[in-house]
Design a protein around this ligand. Sequence first.
Ligand SMILES: Cc1cc2nc3c(=O)[nH]c(=O)nc-3n(C[C@H](O)[C@H](O)[C@H](O)COP(=O)(O)OP(=O)(O)OC[C@H]3O[C@@H](n4cnc5c(N)ncnc54)[C@H](O)[C@@H]3O)c2cc1C
Length: 379
Amino acid sequence: MPKITIIGGGIGGLTTAIALRQAGLDVEVYERASELKEVGAGLSLWPNAIKVLRQLGLGQALAAISVVAPLVATRNPRGDILAQLPSATIEQRFGAAVRIVHRAELLAMLTEALADTPLHLGHECTGFDQDGDGVTARFAGGQTARSDALIGADGIHSAVRAQMFGRTPPRYSGYTAWRAITPFPTAHLPAGEAWGCGSRFGLLPVDHERVYWFATKNAPAGQPPQPGGHKPELLTLFQNWFDPLPAVIEATPEEAILRNDIIDRLPLDAWGQGRVTLLGDAAHPMTPNMGQGACQAIEDALVLARCLKATPDIPFALQLYQTKRLKRANKVVTTSYFIGTVGQLKNPLACRLRDFLAKTMPAERQLKQVDWVVGYDIE
Ligand SMILES: Cc1cc2nc3c(=O)[nH]c(=O)nc-3n(C[C@H](O)[C@H](O)[C@H](O)COP(=O)(O)OP(=O)(O)OC[C@H]3O[C@@H](n4cnc5c(N)ncnc54)[C@H](O)[C@@H]3O)c2cc1C
């Protein structure tokens, strides 16, 4: 039975471990952190990823920790709907609704599904050596791990990727983002994303009592928080936006607010060499504008497992995985980047034109625009 080493215990690495185990492979996961954790924020999972999780037998577990996004709507800062896709329409067309989940709860669900798959915490991969017979991962503590294949699922700053393709800085999108989960009644929540000029605000239920929100603003890279903290800056930025946006910010404890500059990387034209390949953000880090980063990592996991199951020739299986995944994932990277550029337009005239086009686009055309990504089925 081929032995596979996975570097990284994030959503991508853990889903891959589950899929590979189910395909009958011998898997071990090596994670840098001393405990598995995710940030206190939400995540939207689209039908393309939900259908993969169902195939891995995780559909019910996911349903138990997530809620259906009632409406995928785009609004203006007054709250007028510019475009909307009701949950029932999405479910009918794509076979699953969009679900919102707490990241930490998703990671806990995946960790439980790992069962007895070995997971080595506190192991920071520093590089690897490969030969005709196998590959050896090296770790900062001096340990090594020998296997038939090495999967770099070690995120946007991947050490595995850096060894193969060089250590380069990520691309800054030109905007920064804040996000948090906060207690807030969700019964009448106007779920979706609102587009202003140079800033956006998203609001999604995590359950009946908690809201996941995110906000963006055009800004130079690496700006420190303002002296009063994130909250006063956000309250000023969104003070005239529709209810309950200011109230949601007000209800959020300052320490619950995370801020990240939004980055990605230009697409690669190869993900691996020989017995080594990349997966998830290590392979195709993307801006979050389509809510697809984790969804694509989940797709990667199942495709990789199928390829490794199909043939004992490991380099061939990894090449097949790359052939099946690279073009699609790269298209999501470039489309996400483009959507972010449009969403962050600053010029008021350009914003008016954007909003007009969104408002007048027929519903069927909106669905067609997301068909290729959301309606994708791994055969
Ligand atoms: C603001 C924001 C909102 C987002 N919203 C969504 C969304 O709604 N839907 C969606 O699908 N996606 C979303 N994403 C993207 C999503 O978060 C990522 O695509 C996804 O988490 C990637 O998972 P991963 O496992 O590939 O990488 P990561 O989550 O980065 O995991 C990598 C793991 O590898 C470990 N690691 C790193 N280096 C090493 C090393 N050298 N050795 C060992 N271990 C190592 C890390 O500790 C980590 O545990 C969003 C991203 C952002 C920034």
